[in-house]
Design a protein around this ligand. Structure first.
Ligand code: SF4
Ligand code: SF4
Length: 325
């Protein structure tokens, strides 16, 4: 029950946060999708049969039994082509997904879909409620200021979350390697094979360590999918970007709401392309809250970030003393 309350608070901890509401919806739907993929046989590897299962079908190289007996050049060519067409090409196609996503949307996936990103935001939220800062170790200048109350309740929620969420993820993600039906039977009979135990414990430990100690540092410096999106989003002239209406910069009250809203430690008013920005739109909402709905200085859009021509934009930003505050 306490976890349900925390989840509801996390979902709508500020009023009028439409973008955040949509974002929580996409994040939760994607978590369900990741959990259900092995259960519905959409994608999983079966270590028992050594089959890769894609959309309920076993994906094989299509080599006939006894193929290795054919030592002719034609036989070798046939095997090589099978590897290229059925293993290397599909893998390259899959890998190209993240650069393509980055080119078109920047790090939008990180902010709107990534289950780990959602978990880290939830961990930030609980740490804020418990310690008054996002980070476990030290307070940063852009930490939101929140009244500390109900700490016992949030302490219980944090402990329960640290047990339930990693275990749930451990069970769900082990399903990518062991048939979910087998895992379920082992849970019901409480009789686990070494592989299932190792999968659940390994994933759980990874989740606890990253959610408690590492969080967005992992998104910024370690995650390969994030780095690919970051790189291709950075060079792309068309990707989704945070834009700033620099022509109206004088309307800024220097409330620092945008800085405090950013869990990726970006300073949105610097109006620079920041490779850590995940296009979440939280700063857009923070500024709308300060200046009035639709009157905020930020927006998310495709292409260049600034609404002025590039040169003007640079000059305005250079000459704007409040931005360095
Ligand atoms: S700068 Fe704004 S859009 Fe980018 S990550 Fe920070 S809050 Fe989200
Ligand atoms: S939220 Fe808007 S008004 Fe407040 S500091 Fe940021 S840009 Fe300025």
């Amino acid at each position: 029950m306490t976890q349900v309350i925390a989840a509801i608070h996390w979902l709508c901890y500020k009023k009028h946060m439409k973008l955040t509401g949509y974002r929580r919806t996409t994040q939760i739907l994607f978590i369900f999708f990741i959990f259900l993929m092995p259960v519905l046989n959409i994608f999983r590897y079966d270590t028992d049969t050594h089959d890769l299962i894609i959309f309920c079908n076993a994906w094989s190289l299509g080599l006939a039994p006894g193929f290795s007996a054919d030592h002719s050049s034609l036989g070798a060519f046939h095997i090589a082509m099978r590897f290229i067409l059925k293993a290397i090409l599909p893998w390259l196609l899959f890998l190209s997904l993240f650069p393509l996503l980055g080119f078109l949307t920047g790090r939008f996936f990180c902010g709107w879909f990534c289950p780990e990103g959602a978990l880290f935001e939830y961990a930030d939220f609980l740490t804020l409620k418990l310690l008054g800062r996002r980070n476990l170790f030290n307070k940063k200048p852009n930490d939101p200021v929140l009244p500390l109350h109900n700490r016992l309740r949030y302490g219980i929620i944090a402990v329960l979350s640290m047990i339930v969420i990693p275990l749930l993820n451990g069970v769900a993600l082990t399903g990518y390697l062991v048939a979910p039906k087998t895992i379920w039977n082992q849970i019901v009979t409480w009789n686990f094979t070494f592989g299932v135990k190792a999968g659940i414990i390994g994933v759980s430990l990874y989740m606890i360590i990253t959610a408690v100690f590492v969080r967005h540092v992992l998104c910024r410096f370690v995650c390969a999918a994030g780095l690919m999106q970051m790189l291709f989003g950075w060079i792309s002239p068309v990707s989704i970007r945070l834009g700033m209406d620099t022509a109206r910069i004088s309307a800024c009250t220097d409330c620092k709401g945008c800085d405090r809203a950013c869990f990726m430690n970006v300073t949105p008013r610097k109006n620079k392309r920041d490779i850590s920005c995940v296009n979440c739109g939280t700063c857009v909402e923070a500024c709308n809250e300060e200046l009035g709905m639709g009157k905020g200085l930020f927006h998310l859009g495709f292409g260049q970030g600034c609404t002025l021509p590039r040169e003007n934009c640079r000059n305005v930003v250079k000459g704007e003393s409040t931005l360095s505050a």
